[in-house]
Design a binder for this molecule. Structure first.
Ligand code: EPZ
Length: 419
């Protein structure tokens, strides 16, 4: 099985540049389906989910490629409206092609998306919203068939939960629809503002992105553009947590302070020194880690659920008792049993984990259960006593471009191998 061999080390030192954000690039790539022209993205991360997106665009008749941190697409010829199940299952963000296909072709034949198993992850809010905009949707045996007999039209959409994906799907369906769409209760994650900014550069009329009320005025056509993908705030959080666990000092470049405040506040309280200068963040840790009380995940601008496994790994070595409450996904503690194998003292009950800090974590044979749990195990193993074997690293490759090389460049002893 694909894996990493990781020898625990003391201290990380050096500089890391954060790549473009996976969770911004993926919806922007889906949005290319709506563009009547050529698109060039820079700072597009070289991830397996990006390559899966290239395959989806290709199967719809588009020209698309991702190479050396850049992405190109020309979707002027979209000849199909059907995405095979094997491609839909590759990732969660394949669900976004529903809104993009309806916006472009007026019909879509897809199946349920794949993605990390963090709970049931339904798409009921996506389907509810698209039906409000005039889509006729049938679902049978996992297959979703959508048509828009009278074309998509603007609507007032009330989201009962600020779903990131549902907000993005509505924006994709609304930019070429007839009239105005208003999303009440929209997600406020920065990746939604990045998708909106890309679409505005293509000629879309979107306001309110980043707030809980987003307005989209449909236009007749979107033209091509060049666009730089925003930095990956969760990748930055990953490097911060690796440093917090190992100690030492890092400069992490290509950061946006406001987006990282929830994580930097927790790590500062745990004993790290963190400060920002423009797009550069400096983080160091010289004293022992201490408990921070309770960490609750919330929709943005609250503490991000994607950083929860990363911070749980840090709390495992914080002197005292810490509590983590996971309010977004019903099954996002699959990391914890693997950390216990490394010597952590964590009791998990439903959406709550109680963590008693230990002085050391120890190398062990552990498995990545999902993308961020895998990254958290890398952070734990990099600072553990002894050698760890980490399996199922294909999960990690979905969200990080050569994580092993990035951490090795600042002193970690980690290499890719078959375990
Ligand atoms: C996006 O997933 C991200 N993925 C996730 O990152 C992130 O954890 C999540 O947003 C929350 O921030 C991408 O952007 C590709 P949601 P998404 O819809 O859109 C429930 C990572 O590690 N829900 O906001 O799937 C759902 O079950 C990944 O990079 C419904 O009930 O998240 C979950 O409990 C993991 N019905 C909650 O809402 C729906 O129709 C949040 O889901 C939609 C969602």
């Amino acid at each position: 099985m694909q894996g990493f061999l990781i020898e625990g080390t003391k201290e990380l030192k050096g500089e890391i540049r954060v790549s473009g954000a996976k969770n911004a690039a993926l919806p922007i790539i889906a949005a290319c389906l709506l563009v009547d022209g050529e698109v060039r993205l820079t700072d597009c991360p070289g991830l397996s989910d990006v390559y899966s997106s290239v395959r989806i665009l290709g199967c719809l008749g588009c020209k698309a490629k991702a190479v050396n941190g850049e992405f190109y697409a020309d979707c002027r010829d979209v000849s199909k409206d059907h995405i095979p199940d094997r491609l839909m299952r590759l990732m969660r963000s394949s669900s976004l092609y529903l809104g993009a296909l309806l916006g472009r072709k007026g019909s879509a034949y897809v199946s349920y998306p794949g993605g990390c198993e963090l709970g049931q992850r339904p798409i009921d809010l996506h389907l509810y919203a698209l039906e409000k905009m005039g889509a006729k949707i049938t679902e049978e045996h996992g297959v979703i068939e959508c048509t828009t007999p009278g074309g998509l039209h603007g609507a007032k959409i009330n989201l009962s939960f600020p779903s990131v994906g549902a907000t993005e799907n509505v924006i994709l369906a609304a930019v070429l629809a007839r009239g105005e769409t208003v999303i009440y209760g929209a997600a406020r994650e920065p990746e939604i503002a990045d998708l909106s900014e890309f679409l505005r550069k293509c000629g879309a009329k979107i306001t309110g992105d980043g707030t809980s009320t987003v307005r989209i005025e449909g236009v007749s056509r979107l033209h091509g553009c060049e666009y730089k993908v925003m930095p990956d705030r969760i990748a930055a959080a990953t490097y911060m947590c690796a440093l917090a666990l190992a100690g030492g000092g890092l400069c992490i470049d290509n950061c946006i302070e406001q987006q990282l405040t929830p994580v930097s506040n927790v790590l500062a309280e745990a004993g790290c020194d963190v400060y920002f200068s423009g797009s550069r963040m400096y983080i160091s840790r010289k004293k022992p880690l201490k408990s921070v009380g309770t960490v609750r995940t919330m929709p943005y601008p609250g503490f991000p659920t994607d950083a929860q496994p990363l911070v749980t790994a840090v709390l495992a070595k914080c002197r005292g008792t810490s509590i983590v409450v996971e309010n977004i996904f019903e099954n996002r503690f699959r990391l914890n049993s693997e950390l216990v194998r490394m010597g952590a003292d964590i009791k998990t009950e439903g959406r709550i984990a109680v963590i008693e800090g230990v002085n050391e974590l120890y190398g062990a044979r552990v498995m990545a259960a999902d993308l961020r749990a895998g990254a958290a195990l890398v952070c734990a193993a990099v600072s553990a006593e002894g050698v760890s074997e980490l399996g199922m690293t294909e999960y990690i490759d979905r969200g990080y471009e050569h994580l092993e090389d990035t951490l090795s460049s600042v002193g970690a002893k980690i290499r890719r191998c078959i375990i």
